[in-house]
Design a protein around this ligand. Structure first.
Ligand SMILES: [Zn+2]
Length: 164
């Protein structure tokens, strides 16, 4: 169990002045964000929010997957979400490699065949973003009153640019 000692110790420090006990888990700022798993992204900080403000769904590429849509429908109807941001980013691994390249790199790391593993690479990031935003806007359980925007996050400048 020692493998996680550093993180568990940090957690005890974190819990000492924990301020979110009893909070009901709604998005206090009415925001939901779908973005990439990339460690260069601070999804709350980049839009001036703090814990408690937003529902956040992350995956490789920041794609609107079926699970992301589930999250957004729950967010909109049960958790106070009124605005949705879909946020892929520059220099994303799934948008700058081909499926074959990612499989080769994973295979080299794993020392075994990875040709069966899907990574859902993106050929055209802005086109994929437009499709993803359309999926949210056209979802039968997402009312027109919900604002949905597609943005590209620049991991080198920290700036968001609205594309859709
Ligand atoms: Zn990424």
């Amino acid at each position: 169990m020692a493998d996680f000692d550093d993180l568990m110790s940090a957690n005890r420090t974190f819990a000492k002045d924990f301020r979110y006990g009893g909070f009901d888990g709604v998005a206090a700022a009415g925001v939901a964000l779908v973005t990439c798993m990339d460690s260069r992204i601070d999804p709350l900080g980049m839009i001036g929010l703090v814990p408690g403000d937003a529902k956040i769904f992350r995956n490789p590429g920041g794609r609107v997957t079926p699970q992301a849509l589930e999250a957004l429908v729950l967010g909109v109807h049960l958790l106070n979400v009124q605005r949705v941001l879909v946020v892929p980013h520059t220099r994303c691994a799934v948008a700058s490699n081909s499926e074959a390249e990612l499989r080769e790199r994973v295979a080299a790391s794993a020392g075994q065949d990875a040709s069966w593993q899907q990574f859902h690479v993106v050929e055209d990031q802005v086109a994929a973003l437009a499709e993803d935003v359309a999926k949210v806007r056209s979802h039968p359980l997402v009312p027109d009153s919900v604002l949905v925007g597609g943005f590209l996050y620049d991991v080198d400048s920290g700036l968001l640019e609205q594309k859709v």
